[in-house]
Design a protein around this ligand. Structure first.
Ligand SMILES: Nc1nc2c(ncn2[C@@H]2O[C@H](COP(=O)(O)OP(=O)(O)OP(=O)(O)O)[C@@H](O)[C@H]2O)c(=O)[nH]1
Ligand SMILES: [Mg+2]
Length: 295
Protein backbone atom coordinates (compact mmCIF):
# COMPACT_ATOMS: atom_id res chain seq x y z
CA UNK A 1 0.00 0.00 0.00
CA UNK A 2 1.44 3.37 -0.89
CA UNK A 3 1.30 6.48 1.27
CA UNK A 4 -1.66 7.90 -0.59
CA UNK A 5 -3.71 4.80 0.19
CA UNK A 6 -2.63 4.78 3.83
CA UNK A 7 -3.72 8.38 4.16
CA UNK A 8 -6.86 8.04 2.10
CA UNK A 9 -9.25 9.19 4.82
CA UNK A 10 -7.47 12.51 5.02
CA UNK A 11 -7.17 12.70 1.26
CA UNK A 12 -10.91 12.15 0.93
CA UNK A 13 -11.62 14.82 3.51
CA UNK A 14 -9.54 17.47 1.77
CA UNK A 15 -8.66 16.71 -1.79
CA UNK A 16 -11.80 15.02 -3.03
CA UNK A 17 -14.15 17.46 -1.40
CA UNK A 18 -12.26 20.50 -2.68
CA UNK A 19 -12.24 18.97 -6.13
CA UNK A 20 -16.02 18.71 -6.08
CA UNK A 21 -16.37 22.33 -5.01
CA UNK A 22 -14.00 23.88 -7.52
CA UNK A 23 -15.46 21.93 -10.38
CA UNK A 24 -18.36 24.37 -10.21
CA UNK A 25 -16.13 27.37 -10.82
CA UNK A 26 -14.84 30.07 -8.55
CA UNK A 27 -16.96 32.61 -6.74
CA UNK A 28 -17.57 33.66 -3.16
CA UNK A 29 -19.84 30.66 -2.60
CA UNK A 30 -17.13 28.23 -3.59
CA UNK A 31 -14.67 30.08 -1.39
CA UNK A 32 -17.00 29.65 1.55
CA UNK A 33 -17.41 25.95 0.88
CA UNK A 34 -13.65 25.62 0.51
CA UNK A 35 -13.23 27.32 3.88
CA UNK A 36 -15.58 24.82 5.51
CA UNK A 37 -13.71 21.89 4.01
CA UNK A 38 -10.30 23.20 5.04
CA UNK A 39 -11.48 23.75 8.60
CA UNK A 40 -13.13 20.34 8.76
CA UNK A 41 -9.91 18.83 7.41
CA UNK A 42 -8.30 20.18 10.59
CA UNK A 43 -5.61 22.30 8.97
CA UNK A 44 -6.40 25.05 11.45
CA UNK A 45 -7.88 28.50 11.31
CA UNK A 46 -4.74 30.45 10.43
CA UNK A 47 -3.65 28.10 7.74
CA UNK A 48 -7.14 28.07 6.27
CA UNK A 49 -7.02 31.85 6.01
CA UNK A 50 -3.60 31.67 4.42
CA UNK A 51 -4.75 29.14 1.82
CA UNK A 52 -7.91 31.10 1.02
CA UNK A 53 -5.81 34.23 0.59
CA UNK A 54 -3.59 32.39 -1.88
CA UNK A 55 -6.62 31.10 -3.78
CA UNK A 56 -8.06 34.61 -4.08
CA UNK A 57 -4.76 36.06 -5.21
CA UNK A 58 -4.12 33.41 -7.85
CA UNK A 59 -7.67 33.32 -9.16
CA UNK A 60 -7.64 37.10 -9.52
CA UNK A 61 -4.51 36.90 -11.66
CA UNK A 62 -5.80 34.00 -13.66
CA UNK A 63 -9.26 32.50 -13.39
CA UNK A 64 -7.93 29.25 -14.80
CA UNK A 65 -5.36 28.76 -12.05
CA UNK A 66 -5.29 25.30 -10.59
CA UNK A 67 -6.54 25.27 -7.00
CA UNK A 68 -4.56 22.11 -6.50
CA UNK A 69 -1.28 23.71 -7.55
CA UNK A 70 -1.93 26.66 -5.24
CA UNK A 71 -2.67 24.33 -2.35
CA UNK A 72 0.33 22.10 -2.98
CA UNK A 73 2.67 25.10 -3.16
CA UNK A 74 1.28 26.69 -0.03
CA UNK A 75 1.43 23.50 2.00
CA UNK A 76 4.87 22.46 0.84
CA UNK A 77 6.31 25.66 2.24
CA UNK A 78 5.34 24.49 5.71
CA UNK A 79 8.01 21.84 5.58
CA UNK A 80 11.43 23.42 5.30
CA UNK A 81 14.34 21.07 4.84
CA UNK A 82 15.49 19.95 8.26
CA UNK A 83 18.97 18.60 8.66
CA UNK A 84 18.83 14.84 9.08
CA UNK A 85 19.36 13.69 12.62
CA UNK A 86 22.80 12.16 12.87
CA UNK A 87 23.91 10.61 16.16
CA UNK A 88 27.00 12.41 17.44
CA UNK A 89 27.69 10.22 20.45
CA UNK A 90 27.82 6.58 21.36
CA UNK A 91 25.43 5.65 22.72
CA UNK A 92 23.04 8.19 21.23
CA UNK A 93 20.46 8.69 23.95
CA UNK A 94 16.83 9.25 22.92
CA UNK A 95 13.98 9.91 25.34
CA UNK A 96 10.46 9.33 24.05
CA UNK A 97 7.57 11.27 25.58
CA UNK A 98 3.88 11.90 25.00
CA UNK A 99 0.37 11.57 26.38
CA UNK A 100 -1.19 8.22 27.29
CA UNK A 101 -1.67 5.88 24.37
CA UNK A 102 -0.07 8.17 21.77
CA UNK A 103 2.01 5.30 20.42
CA UNK A 104 5.32 5.78 22.24
CA UNK A 105 6.14 2.14 22.91
CA UNK A 106 5.11 1.01 19.43
CA UNK A 107 7.19 3.80 17.93
CA UNK A 108 10.24 2.79 19.98
CA UNK A 109 9.96 -0.80 18.81
CA UNK A 110 9.61 0.20 15.17
CA UNK A 111 12.35 2.79 15.37
CA UNK A 112 14.67 0.27 17.00
CA UNK A 113 13.91 -2.20 14.28
CA UNK A 114 14.94 0.39 11.69
CA UNK A 115 18.17 0.96 13.57
CA UNK A 116 18.90 -2.76 13.81
CA UNK A 117 18.23 -3.26 10.11
CA UNK A 118 20.77 -0.51 9.54
CA UNK A 119 23.37 -2.64 11.29
CA UNK A 120 23.54 -0.60 14.48
CA UNK A 121 22.91 -1.82 18.02
CA UNK A 122 20.15 -0.47 20.21
CA UNK A 123 19.00 -0.95 23.79
CA UNK A 124 15.33 -0.24 24.51
CA UNK A 125 14.74 0.86 28.09
CA UNK A 126 11.52 1.03 30.06
CA UNK A 127 11.29 4.06 32.33
CA UNK A 128 7.50 3.65 32.40
CA UNK A 129 7.30 2.17 35.86
CA UNK A 130 3.67 2.90 36.60
CA UNK A 131 2.42 -0.33 35.12
CA UNK A 132 4.10 -3.72 35.30
CA UNK A 133 2.61 -4.36 31.88
CA UNK A 134 4.68 -1.53 30.37
CA UNK A 135 7.95 -3.35 30.90
CA UNK A 136 6.40 -6.59 29.71
CA UNK A 137 5.12 -4.89 26.55
CA UNK A 138 8.60 -3.63 25.70
CA UNK A 139 10.18 -6.99 26.60
CA UNK A 140 7.75 -8.69 24.24
CA UNK A 141 8.73 -6.36 21.42
CA UNK A 142 12.36 -7.08 22.26
CA UNK A 143 11.79 -10.83 21.90
CA UNK A 144 9.89 -10.40 18.68
CA UNK A 145 12.51 -8.15 17.12
CA UNK A 146 15.52 -9.72 18.81
CA UNK A 147 16.52 -6.42 20.40
CA UNK A 148 17.77 -6.20 24.01
CA UNK A 149 15.55 -4.51 26.56
CA UNK A 150 16.43 -2.83 29.84
CA UNK A 151 13.37 -3.76 31.88
CA UNK A 152 12.22 -2.24 35.14
CA UNK A 153 9.94 -3.16 38.01
CA UNK A 154 6.67 -1.46 38.81
CA UNK A 155 7.14 1.45 41.17
CA UNK A 156 10.85 1.94 40.41
CA UNK A 157 12.13 5.49 40.03
CA UNK A 158 12.05 6.44 36.31
CA UNK A 159 15.16 8.58 36.82
CA UNK A 160 17.02 5.63 38.32
CA UNK A 161 16.01 3.37 35.45
CA UNK A 162 17.17 5.99 32.97
CA UNK A 163 20.53 6.34 34.72
CA UNK A 164 21.11 2.59 34.78
CA UNK A 165 20.04 2.12 31.18
CA UNK A 166 22.37 4.84 29.88
CA UNK A 167 25.27 3.45 31.90
CA UNK A 168 24.56 -0.07 30.68
CA UNK A 169 24.45 1.13 27.08
CA UNK A 170 27.79 2.88 27.62
CA UNK A 171 29.41 -0.14 29.21
CA UNK A 172 28.17 -2.49 26.50
CA UNK A 173 28.96 0.00 23.75
CA UNK A 174 25.51 0.20 22.23
CA UNK A 175 25.10 2.66 19.36
CA UNK A 176 21.70 3.77 20.68
CA UNK A 177 19.65 3.68 23.82
CA UNK A 178 15.98 4.63 23.56
CA UNK A 179 14.08 5.36 26.73
CA UNK A 180 10.34 4.77 26.98
CA UNK A 181 8.43 6.89 29.45
CA UNK A 182 4.95 6.62 30.91
CA UNK A 183 2.14 8.45 29.15
CA UNK A 184 1.13 11.65 30.93
CA UNK A 185 -1.03 14.70 30.51
CA UNK A 186 0.57 18.14 30.66
CA UNK A 187 -1.87 19.02 33.44
CA UNK A 188 -0.30 16.40 35.71
CA UNK A 189 2.33 18.64 37.21
CA UNK A 190 4.01 15.95 39.32
CA UNK A 191 4.40 13.67 36.33
CA UNK A 192 5.67 16.50 34.15
CA UNK A 193 8.30 17.41 36.75
CA UNK A 194 9.32 13.79 36.73
CA UNK A 195 9.97 14.09 33.00
CA UNK A 196 12.28 17.05 33.62
CA UNK A 197 14.09 14.86 36.11
CA UNK A 198 14.47 11.97 33.66
CA UNK A 199 16.00 14.50 31.26
CA UNK A 200 18.47 15.78 33.86
CA UNK A 201 19.42 12.32 35.05
CA UNK A 202 20.25 11.23 31.50
CA UNK A 203 22.72 14.12 31.43
CA UNK A 204 24.25 13.00 34.71
CA UNK A 205 24.69 9.46 33.44
CA UNK A 206 26.39 10.71 30.29
CA UNK A 207 27.61 14.17 29.42
CA UNK A 208 25.64 15.69 26.55
CA UNK A 209 22.73 13.25 26.92
CA UNK A 210 19.98 13.04 25.95
CA UNK A 211 20.79 13.74 22.33
CA UNK A 212 17.21 13.63 21.19
CA UNK A 213 13.79 14.02 22.77
CA UNK A 214 11.01 12.61 20.61
CA UNK A 215 7.49 13.80 21.26
CA UNK A 216 4.95 11.29 19.97
CA UNK A 217 1.61 12.83 18.98
CA UNK A 218 -1.58 10.91 18.26
CA UNK A 219 -2.69 11.94 14.78
CA UNK A 220 -6.32 11.06 15.48
CA UNK A 221 -6.46 13.85 18.04
CA UNK A 222 -5.76 16.31 15.27
CA UNK A 223 -5.19 19.93 16.11
CA UNK A 224 -6.14 19.40 19.73
CA UNK A 225 -2.72 17.84 20.17
CA UNK A 226 -1.16 21.28 19.63
CA UNK A 227 -1.64 22.82 23.08
CA UNK A 228 -0.54 19.52 24.63
CA UNK A 229 2.62 19.55 22.58
CA UNK A 230 3.36 23.13 23.53
CA UNK A 231 2.96 22.24 27.19
CA UNK A 232 5.38 19.34 26.91
CA UNK A 233 8.08 21.61 25.56
CA UNK A 234 7.90 23.64 28.77
CA UNK A 235 9.04 20.67 30.82
CA UNK A 236 11.44 18.94 28.48
CA UNK A 237 13.24 20.32 25.43
CA UNK A 238 11.57 18.37 22.67
CA UNK A 239 13.76 18.11 19.58
CA UNK A 240 11.74 16.03 17.13
CA UNK A 241 8.17 14.94 16.46
CA UNK A 242 6.54 11.65 15.52
CA UNK A 243 2.87 11.66 14.51
CA UNK A 244 1.13 8.30 14.75
CA UNK A 245 -2.14 6.70 13.65
CA UNK A 246 -2.52 8.79 10.51
CA UNK A 247 -3.98 5.74 8.78
CA UNK A 248 -7.13 5.74 10.88
CA UNK A 249 -8.11 9.39 10.71
CA UNK A 250 -9.46 12.08 8.43
CA UNK A 251 -7.55 14.64 10.50
CA UNK A 252 -4.24 14.26 8.69
CA UNK A 253 -4.53 17.93 7.76
CA UNK A 254 -3.56 18.70 11.34
CA UNK A 255 0.00 17.69 10.44
CA UNK A 256 0.21 20.95 8.47
CA UNK A 257 -0.88 22.95 11.49
CA UNK A 258 1.57 21.08 13.71
CA UNK A 259 4.48 21.76 11.38
CA UNK A 260 3.53 25.43 11.28
CA UNK A 261 2.89 25.96 14.98
CA UNK A 262 5.51 23.77 16.59
CA UNK A 263 8.41 24.49 14.32
CA UNK A 264 10.04 21.15 15.04
CA UNK A 265 11.09 18.55 12.50
CA UNK A 266 8.55 15.79 11.99
CA UNK A 267 10.82 12.76 11.65
CA UNK A 268 8.40 9.88 11.31
CA UNK A 269 4.73 9.21 10.84
CA UNK A 270 2.77 6.12 11.82
CA UNK A 271 0.46 4.89 9.09
CA UNK A 272 -0.61 1.49 10.40
CA UNK A 273 -0.05 -1.10 13.07
CA UNK A 274 2.46 -3.19 11.15
CA UNK A 275 6.18 -3.23 11.88
CA UNK A 276 6.88 -1.38 8.63
CA UNK A 277 4.27 1.29 9.21
CA UNK A 278 6.51 3.85 10.82
CA UNK A 279 7.87 5.77 7.85
CA UNK A 280 10.36 8.62 7.64
CA UNK A 281 8.46 11.82 7.08
CA UNK A 282 8.91 13.60 3.79
CA UNK A 283 6.95 16.86 3.55
CA UNK A 284 6.64 16.82 -0.22
CA UNK A 285 5.52 13.21 -0.31
CA UNK A 286 2.99 13.93 2.42
CA UNK A 287 1.50 16.93 0.60
CA UNK A 288 1.44 14.91 -2.59
CA UNK A 289 -0.35 12.02 -0.86
CA UNK A 290 -3.04 14.27 0.59
CA UNK A 291 -3.66 16.86 -2.13
CA UNK A 292 -1.58 15.84 -5.15
CA UNK A 293 -3.02 15.44 -8.63
CA UNK A 294 -5.48 12.57 -8.99
CA UNK A 295 -4.15 9.43 -10.68
N1 LIG B 1 -3.45 2.28 13.37
C1 LIG B 1 -2.35 2.63 14.04
N2 LIG B 1 -2.22 2.26 15.33
C2 LIG B 1 -1.11 2.62 15.99
C3 LIG B 1 -0.09 3.39 15.40
N3 LIG B 1 0.88 3.59 16.33
C4 LIG B 1 0.47 2.99 17.45
N4 LIG B 1 -0.73 2.40 17.27
C5 LIG B 1 -1.54 1.65 18.26
O1 LIG B 1 -1.85 2.50 19.35
C6 LIG B 1 -1.98 1.73 20.54
C7 LIG B 1 -1.17 2.37 21.66
O2 LIG B 1 0.19 2.25 21.35
P1 LIG B 1 1.35 2.26 22.45
O3 LIG B 1 2.64 2.23 21.70
O4 LIG B 1 1.13 1.23 23.47
O5 LIG B 1 1.13 3.70 23.08
P2 LIG B 1 1.92 4.36 24.30
O6 LIG B 1 2.06 5.80 24.00
O7 LIG B 1 3.15 3.62 24.59
O8 LIG B 1 0.85 4.14 25.47
P3 LIG B 1 1.08 4.35 27.07
O9 LIG B 1 2.40 3.72 27.39
O10 LIG B 1 -0.08 3.65 27.68
O11 LIG B 1 1.05 5.82 27.31
C8 LIG B 1 -1.52 0.32 20.18
O12 LIG B 1 -2.64 -0.48 19.98
C9 LIG B 1 -0.76 0.50 18.87
O13 LIG B 1 -0.81 -0.63 18.05
C10 LIG B 1 -0.27 3.78 14.02
O14 LIG B 1 0.56 4.46 13.39
N5 LIG B 1 -1.42 3.38 13.40
MG1 LIG C 1 3.85 2.78 26.35
Amino acid sequence: MNLREKLKKSRNALSEKLGMVFVKGIDEDTMELAEEILLAGDIGWELTELVLGQFRKEFKLNRDSSWRAVLVNTLEELFPEHKPWIPVAKPAVTIVVGVNGAGKTTTIARLSQRIAVNGETVLMACADTYRAAASEQLALWGQRLNIPVHTSVEGADPGGVTFDAVRRAQAKQFDHVIIDTAGRLPTQKGLMDELSKVYRVAGKAMEGAPHRVLLVLDGTVGQNALPQAQQFTKFIPVTDLVITKLDGTAKGGSVFAMARELNLPIRYIGVGEGAGDLVPFDGRAFVEAIVGEDD
